[in-house]
Design a protein around this ligand. Structure first.
Ligand code: C6P
Length: 410
């Protein structure tokens, strides 16, 4: 495998001002992109320009700024539609992020349909955001959560999805990429199996969108959710894609301004899609920043980014697995750009603290995926997650710092 990035990596790094800031007097080695990616100047500038030139509330005023703000906001919605290849902007709902998107589907799609004895299916490697909202609606309705197992590499066998689906299964929630293990799940195959049994599928795309092009029509997802901040965009903004026929049948989740057509004390009628699900003033500048982030990653090319991250993953796997006492957690055949690991005699939190002293940012803990981590019988892992600006030299820094930490604790 050639180890040359398919784009100008130095130029891409220069697009991210924070990467030039020393941390604890050392050059920053930012390997916590799975938690939140950094923002390029194009995103920071787009938000600033919006605030300086176009800000007002959306959908409300006849004045020029309100119209400009509305155009910017709705332009961002169309940008997201193209990014996901959704059929219509009516299928694109702005939310605060992945977590809120899943809660919206749990409360508005699942809860009104669930009866005692019904089942919601999830896999063993889900993030808490794709477990707890379902547990909450199960508690409220008497439905139950059924879990599709993972194997010792951290993979989900689609056949196990088939055998866990019953006549009571009402929805399947599945990650596209595991944040704790890096596994890329065969979501199109899993969706086909679920649809064969008449079960709709929500795909948690939080960890997938930064690494690969997404086509919700090709994969046939019913719901697809992600957050702006993991995709080089702002925090506090995210997306719920929903198939229009399903969204149309769902009641609003939150009530307030913008989601109504007419209000009286006797009866309120609701706005059309997508506004029915967007109560209150939205995060307008966040949507603008998200649109700029999508422009940015598509300019570099998601295929190019995925290609480079595969090289990084391959190199990191080689370097780390060569370290005595280090065990990689999550060894799926198909992984995205992150490595979770444990090191004999060094608690992951200690490792994270020691690495921080050298300007190296990794995440340690259960990564909000406790069942997945506990499956591997470890209390926590250290996780290095890569971005489009990660270099091979940064992986060398990581490996050398891990070796030094291990020496320290011996
Ligand atoms: N995972 C991580 O370090 P929010 O917080 O709503 O933007 O995203 C939640 C979420 C949902 N699903 C998956 C697969 C995720 O990875 C995350 C966020 C971060 O892995 C923070 S816990």
């Amino acid at each position: 495998m050639t180890r040359t990035p398919p784009y100008d990596l130095a130029a891409a790094r220069a697009d991210f001002p924070i990467l030039a800031r020393p941390i604890r007097g050392k050059p920053l080695v930012y390997l916590d992109n799975g938690a939140s990616a950094q923002r390029p100047s194009a995103v920071i500038e787009a938000e600033r320009r919006y605030a300086e030139e176009s800000h007002a509330n959306v959908h409300r005023g006849v004045h020029t700024l309100s119209q400009r703000a509305t155009d910017a906001f709705e332009g961002a919605r169309e940008r997201v539609r193209r990014f996901l290849n959704a059929r219509s902007t009516r299928e694109i709902i702005f939310t605060r992020g992945t977590t809120e998107s899943i809660n919206l589907v749990a409360q508005s799609y699942a809860r009104p349909r669930l009866q005692a004895g019904d089942e919601i299916l999830v896999t063993h490697l889900e993030h808490h955001a794709n477990i707890v909202p379902w547990q909450m609606v199960c508690d409220a309705t008497g439905a139950r959560l059924v879990v599709v197992p993972i194997n010792e590499r951290g993979e989900v066998d689609p056949e196990d999805v088939r055998t866990r689906i019953s006549s009571r299964t009402r929805l399947l929630g599945v990650a596209h990429v595991s944040n704790a293990l890096g596994t890329v799940l065969p979501v199109a195959e899993i969706i086909a199996i679920a649809h064969h049994a008449g079960v709709p599928v929500l795909v948690d795309g939080a960890q997938a969108v930064p690494h690969m092009a997404i086509d919700v029509q090709a994969m046939d997802a019913d719901f697809y959710v992600f957050s702006g901040h993991k995709l080089y965009g702002p925090d506090g903004i995210g997306i719920l894609y929903g198939r229009e026929t399903l969204l149309a049948e769902m009641p609003p989740w939150q009530g307030g301004g913008d989601m109504i057509l007419h209000v009286s004390f006797e009866r309120t009628t609701y706005n059309e899609l997508p506004y029915k699900f967007e109560a209150g003033t939205p995060h307008i500048s966040g949507a603008v920043g998200l649109g700029a982030a999508l422009d940015y990653v598509e300019r570099i090319g998601l295929e190019n980014i995925g290609h480079w991250e595969a090289t990084l993953l391959d190199y990191a796997t080689q370097r780390l697995s060569g370290i005595e006492g280090l065990r990689i957690i999550g060894t799926a055949a198909h992984k995205a750009g992150l490595v979770s690991f444990v090191v004999d005699d060094v608690h992951p939190h200690d490792l994270g603290t020691i690495l921080d002293e050298q300007g190296i940012a990794i995440r340690t803990g259960h990564h909000c995926a406790m069942p997945a981590i506990e499956f591997f019988k470890v209390p926590a892992t250290a996780r290095a997650s890569f971005g489009l600006y990660t270099t091979l030299e940064e992986i060398d820094c990581l490996a050398e710092a891990v070796i030094a930490a291990r020496e320290l604790f011996r």
